[in-house]
Design a binder for this molecule. Structure first.
Ligand SMILES: Nc1ncnc2c1ncn2[C@@H]1O[C@H](COP(=O)(O)OP(=O)(O)OP(=O)(O)O)[C@@H](O)[C@H]1O
Length: 378
């Protein structure tokens, strides 16, 4: 069980959300675009981020997450587009004039300074009086569970402790927005899980606005109020974790977040209540309503946790159980519905997994099936 070290915010502590514009918008990105030679790194990214919101850029390697964050930060100059913070256009300002806090994968602490001096440094630069610096350093370290570490040097700390100090240093001058690029990327899984909980708790407690970059779906889901799913420099969908799961707008989102199974087929009928699809290797399935026309080639997407085994005559298709794997509390089952098609993946809590006969039917509730137009030319 990860231990939390969250002190009450001191009365003098101004929360980040109090420093934003009265509209509640912390940050606007409009049409941010960046090319390197002929390659588009970021393709007209736009979004509005509310004060106190935790937003994550999630996507595979090379999808443009870091470049977008670096344009917001001011380290990379956009070809076009604007970044506005609390109503102020900062697009052409140097990074240090934008007032953001940064936390990167490398901790970037000054090795010759103690933890306390590392934290005091940004405040000294801003001319904060000595007594106030002492109080704020103390408060920040207590909040991150690092109260006894002020006199140590970075090399005397573990990776997780160094990253906590880096987080404190980003928080200490109360920036309106904190930018984090894979801050937990160098840590092992257990420590990552623990720090995720701590970062989320501190963010909520202080009402911080955070933009976070990761390629780890689980991390994004744990931390974020909303996630921008990025692919090839564009944003496929910017939504809450739940919407991304339940109503993915593209097959890529369904696959990247939900690890969906895809069943090719053709629309038979569609109205406001449901979409009826005849799948290529099976019968009729009923899915959510979508604006699709009869005859259209589509892919029906179902997540492994939503696909169920049933009697062969009751399913929208039948198949043969080829693999059964126990993964802790889950049982993963692989079902083949036709030769030369990928295995369909099912995930069932171990206690509820019936011993399946080799020949099974597959079914799912209509609201758990999303349908997408088939991509042309493969
Ligand atoms: N300085 C640069 N010069 C040339 N190309 C670049 C430069 N920086 C990024 N790119 C390219 O822009 C694209 C987006 O890169 P970016 O680093 O933003 O992706 P990312 O999603 O953050 O990836 P990762 O998760 O691997 O860090 C990639 O194709 C990358 O090769």
């Amino acid at each position: 069980m990860p231990d939390l070290h969250i002190a009450d915010p001191a009365p003098a502590m101004t929360t980040a959300s109090q420093q934003t514009s009265p509209t509640g918008k912390a940050l606007s990105i409009v049409g941010l675009h960046k090319t390197y030679g002929s390659a588009v790194a970021v393709d007209s990214a736009s979004m509005e981020i509310a004060a106190g919101e935790f937003v994550t850029f999630l996507g595979p390697s090379g999808s443009g997450k870091t470049t977008t964050l670096m344009m917001v930060a001011g380290f990379v100059e956009p070809d076009s587009g604007t970044v506005t913070v609390g109503g102020r256009d900062v697009t052409r300002l140097a990074p240090q004039k934008r007032g953001f806090g940064f936390v990167f994968q490398q901790y970037l602490l000054f090795p010759h300074m103690t933890v306390g001096e590392n934290l005091a440094f940004p405040l000294q630069l801003r001319g904060v009086p000595k007594a106030e610096i002492r109080t704020r350093v103390h408060e920040a370290l207590e909040m991150a569970g690092m109260g006894g570490f002020a006199g140590r040097r970075p090399r005397e700390l573990s990776g997780g402790q160094q990253q906590r100090v880096a987080l404190c240093r980003a928080l200490i001058y109360r920036p309106p927005v904190i930018l984090m690029d894979e801050p937990l990327g160098a840590l092992d899984k257990k420590l990552r899980d623990q720090l995720q909980v701590e970062i989320k708790a501190i963010q909520r407690e202080l009402g911080l606005t955070v933009i976070y970059v990761t390629h780890d779906q689980e991390e994004a889901l744990v931390l974020s109020d909303r996630i921008a799913v990025m692919r090839d420099g564009g944003i496929d969908q910017f939504d809450t974790p739940r919407e991304l799961f339940e109503r993915p707008r593209t097959p890529f989102v369904a696959d990247f977040l939900g690890a969906a199974n895809f069943l090719p087929g053709r629309v038979m009928k569609g109205d406001d209540d449901a979409t009826l699809v005849r799948i290529d290797h099976g019968g009729l399935l009923t899915a959510r309503p979508h604006s699709l026309s009869p005859g259209q080639q589509v892919q029906a997407a179902v997540q492994p946790g939503r696909l169920r085994v049933c009697a062969p005559e009751q399913g929208f298709c039948t198949g043969t159980v080829e693999t059964v794997t126990y993964v802790g509390t889950l049982v993963r089952t692989g079902v083949r519905i036709a030769e030369d098609t990928p295995l369909l993946r099912l995930e069932v809590p171990a206690g509820r997994a019936p011993a399946p006969p080799p020949r099974v039917g597959l079914t799912a509730d209509a609201e758990d099936i999303n349908v997408f137009p088939a991509e042309r030319d493969g």
